[in-house]
Design a protein around this ligand. Structure first.
Ligand SMILES: CC[C@H](C(=O)O)C(=O)SCCNC(=O)CCNC(=O)[C@H](O)C(C)(C)COP(=O)(O)OP(=O)(O)OC[C@H]1O[C@@H](n2cnc3c(N)ncnc32)[C@H](O)[C@@H]1OP(=O)(O)O
Ligand SMILES: [Co+2]
Length: 135
């Protein structure tokens, strides 16, 4: 069911500094910051030949990553995003197999303009999983 690894997300305390690390010493292709108020984050994408790194900084008072950064002040790997062919079928299969889908259970539009859902980290070896509808 899960397909390509769409991105690995890293929560960071300073988005500009993190982006400069990837653009400078690591010589990567880095996007401009994009505010996603509906998700409570500002993101920068590091475009790699085989996937992307999503650098995440909190946006607004209720950011879902605020708790994570409070526990990990230097930042850290926040989630993995896998592509799926049919996000509703994937959701229903995951729920049927006992996984917890976060939020309302209805997909929201993610940073790529595609439907996304999140699965509880406690159900996947302490790893927050995002699934994104493949193009
Ligand atoms: C969609 C736009 C963009 C894109 O790619 O398109 C994004 O990816 S936006 C990314 C930001 N949005 C989200 O992360 C939405 C889903 N996340 C959540 O709903 C919360 O972050 C949640 C529920 C995973 C955790 O919320 P919070 O930290 O406030 O709750 P707790 O402190 O109660 O955490 C419960 C438990 O889980 C552990 N935890 C929290 N975050 C993570 C994580 N990223 N990876 C692994 N584990 C995590 C936390 O430590 C708690 O464990 P415990 O042992 O009880 O301390
Ligand atoms: Co993501």
């Amino acid at each position: 069911m899960i397909g390509r690894l769409n991105h690995v997300a890293i929560a960071v305390p300073d988005l500009a500094a993190a982006a400069a690390l990837y653009a400078g010493p690591l010589g990567a292709d880095v996007s401009a910051p994009e505010a996603l108020p509906e998700h409570g984050v500002t993101v920068v994408f590091v475009r790699l030949p085989n996937t992307k790194i999503e650098l995440l900084a909190p946006l607004g008072a209720d950011s879902p990553i605020a708790g994570f950064l409070a526990k990990n002040p230097a930042g850290g790997i926040h989630h993995l995003c896998f592509e799926v062919d049919d996000i509703l079928a994937a959701r229903d299969r995951l729920v049927a197999e006992g996984a917890r889908v976060l939020g309302s259970g209805e997909p929201k539009t993610g940073a790529h303009g595609l439907p996304v859902l999140f699965l509880h980290p406690k159900d996947f070896n302490g790893t927050l999983i995002e699934i994104e509808q493949a193009r």
